[in-house]
Design a protein around this ligand. Sequence first.
Ligand SMILES: [Zn+2]
Ligand SMILES: [Zn+2]
Length: 406
Amino acid sequence: MAQKRDYYEVLGVSKSASEQEIKSAYRKMAIKYHPDKHLNDTEEQKKEAEEKFKEASEAYSVLSDPEKKSRYDQFGFAGVDGGAGGAGGFTGAGWENVNDILRDLFGGGFGGFGGFDFGGFGGFGGDDGARGGRRVYRGRDIRTRVKLTLAEINAGCDKEISLERNVPCPDCGGKGAVKDSDIKECPSCHGSGQIKRVVSGLFGMRTVQYSTCQQCGGEGKIISNPCKSCNGTGLVRKRQTVKVHIPAGVQDGMQITVRGEGHGARNGGVNGDLLLVIEEIPSREYKRNGADLLYTQILTISQACLGCEVQIPCVDGTTHRAKVDAGTQSGTMTKLRGKGLPRIDAYGRNNGNGDLYVRYIVYIPKKVSREEKELLQKLDQSENFQPVEKNNDDRSFFDRLKHIFD
Ligand SMILES: [Zn+2]
Ligand SMILES: [Zn+2]
């Protein structure tokens, strides 16, 4: 697929469209681009309709799911498929909504969808996902958390995730029986796993419906002597390590979908996805607000009075030499432009960096010696050490910055 189009654009609705408007927009497109409507088209036209149909279905799967919609609104494609690009990793509630509409429109069982392959979109979820009348298994998704430091979030990183997952049984190759002769074709459905029925559908078309075969439970096969290692399930549990790339600029709570790294499926089906929920390890040095960071630099009384030079640690590991003016007030903020975290735009692209705010705080000792007390009292007698009304320029500057990190 070429450049992905904005989901709202695909469905032809505005960003403020209601749930109902989104639903009816998708409904119209599903009717228009459904393969049954293009049976007499050229191959090229069929292909185009299929692409349009898939594109609309993907858009609707996201926009019809409140959680995904809000992530998409906030992070674009990165929010819903981890910024991997292409048609990646949509599972769960959104696809159920797609299924509901299609079932309403075209009847149960997805009878007419023979030529369609939704596998590229993460399938229609669950172990029972049937398509094209043939049962294709899809492994379950695995959801896990991944903890990241701010430095890792800043640079992006590769993580090794250890997880226990179902993999095809090595002894029977996922078939559930060691010998092929122990697997027999189901006599009821003749191996298809489904019972076919022709019914009159919408638009005066005849629709083929399928229901799961009762005798074999949709397997299409009957196993007489199950594999001992997996009890005929075709799957065994294994602890494995998965290498995952985490893009820079992610936020706490974001979910990244790694396609095909979830549980395996039996009978050569497709793997589920690995869903990684980002957990940000709170930083001791910085406070984060989106792509901006706040760092607090403590000054001694004399540093603040006389001015000095300080080393500000940046999140990328470098240090920034900053000049502190003589007479710097406690609470003064300065901004190091572009020294914050990468900013991900609505399409998952890096759109420059946030800023690093530095706040200066003057350290006041809790206890002083008698000698120090005398020195301070002496200073206090100097007129120069009496507070004066701050000028308005300073005040508005503080007011602007004060609440950024509250
Ligand atoms: Zn086995
Ligand atoms: Zn059967």
